[in-house]
Design a protein around this ligand. Structure first.
Ligand code: ATP
Length: 377
């Protein structure tokens, strides 16, 4: 029933060749990036990769060394933060401890000299589901509730873009998961553009329409979460988003196969890899890393290898470790000469023979294999 308290719509963000150097250190290399209006966009990467610097340049809290920032078609590079149609939510919330929740949210309106704030503040508190808490002080709220106050306070001035810098970093895991869904709901409801910085890949994948994976001051890959997960373009992205098995292989038959697959040799085994799931360089032959996600791989005891369907990729190995974690059993497999591989089995009938030491065959559909250049760092 909540009325949508926003009349503004989202703006798009366009970065043209923006970079940031501190002395001789380049925190962000020249970057071109478009965040579509009304989307939920995540900048994802490990500590120090330049995501916060990028966000701060959008906010106007940091001057870019080169390049321009455009908001809804307007070049705002030289505008101070308060003249940009953006607002930022920080990890530490920065609520006013002496003001109650209502006044914290009303602050931005009062500062602009607006007298009748009641309706707007109440709508905003409804949006973040804190109506009954209006007269409490921040310290009387839980971390997640304080976080929602910070979001309400940032939204009340109708920014076109909301920037979120690790806003859930201070929350415990369970609350984080709840707040991720909550922020997603709020973004959908108000329809403005959210740019969210996080180092947590699950968080980025849960919330964002588009994720930019940053590494060493560059965007390494950009795409929808499922796309990045299914088709990582580099070993960094493959390893940063979930767990990947990367198997050293060689292309032995590159073209001319009717099924359009590449034929690879990995140790003594032959693997098939769909040509379209392979990086361009790898497609030309030579060495390649054949990737497959652990949950796409099945295990059979070596004695049952005959019952594996034709056409599946298969590798022999020995179980090194098995951990039952409730939703799945996670195996570490020593794959003859190819290192350790991970297998997550969800639906396996509890097979008493699949224990450490057992000889097994890993098998998976060739369609779940992706190919990466072998010589990237
Ligand atoms: P985190 O998640 O730890 O905040 P990040 O990806 O957001 O990391 P940034 O804060 O953007 O990273 O920093 C990128 C790099 O720039 C880091 O190596 C950092 O040490 C460096 N850096 C940031 N601000 C300054 C500064 N004022 N002077 C010098 N170096 C800086």
């Amino acid at each position: 029933h909540t009325a949508t308290p926003q009349s503004s719509s989202g703006g798009d963000v366009r970065l043209h060749g923006i970079s940031k150097t501190y002395g001789s250190f380049t925190a962000v290399h020249p970057l071109d990036l478009t965040v579509p209006a009304g989307s939920f966009f995540a900048l994802l990467g490990a500590s120090g990769c330049g995501k916060t610097t990028t966000l701060r340049m959008i906010a106007g809290l940091e001057d870019p060394t080169t390049g321009t920032v455009e908001l809804s078609g307007q070049d705002v590079t030289d505008l101070p933060p308060y003249k940009r149609q953006v607002n930022t939510v920080f990890q530490n919330y920065a609520l006013f401890p002496h003001l109650d929740i209502f006044e914290n949210v009303a602050f931005g309106l009062r500062r602009r000299g607006i007298k009748s704030v009641k309706k707007q503040v109440e709508e905003m508190l409804d949006l973040v589901q804190l109506g009954p808490m209006a007269r409490r002080k921040p310290q009387q709220l839980s971390g997640g509730q304080q976080q929602r106050v910070a979001v309400a306070r940032a939204l009340i001035n109708h920014p076109q873009v909301l920037l979120l810098d690790e806003p859930l970093g201070a929350l415990d895991l369970k609350l984080r998961r709840q707040m991720q869904l909550e922020l997603k709901r709020i973004q959908t409801e108000v329809g403005i553009t959210f740019v969210h910085v996080t180092h947590d890949q699950e968080e980025a994948m849960t919330m964002a329409d588009t994720v930019a994976v940053m590494n060493g001051g560059r965007v390494e890959q950009l795409g929808a979460p499922a796309d990045l997960y299914e088709n990582p373009g580099t070993t960094f992205v493959a390893n940063f988003l979930g767990t990947s098995n990367l198997i050293e292989a060689e292309v032995v038959e590159a073209r001319g196969r009717q099924d359009g697959d590449l034929l690879l040799k990995a140790g003594d085994a032959k693997l098939r890899l769909p040509a379209e799931r392979c990086s361009a360089a790898a497609r030309t032959g030579g060495k390649v890393l054949a990737g497959v996600r652990p949950e796409k791989v099945s295990l059979a005891h070596a004695d049952d290898a005959g019952s594996i369907a034709d056409g599946r990729n298969r590798l022999p190995g020995r179980i090194k470790d098995a951990s039952f974690i409730g939703v799945s059993t996670q195996y570490v497999i020593d794959a003859a000469g190819l290192g350790e591989l991970a297998v997550y089995e969800q639906n396996i009938e509890r097979d008493g023979r699949l224990v450490p030491g057992a000889e097994v065959v890993l098998h998976w559909s060739p369609g779940h294999t992706f190919g990466l250049d072998a010589d990237q760092s």
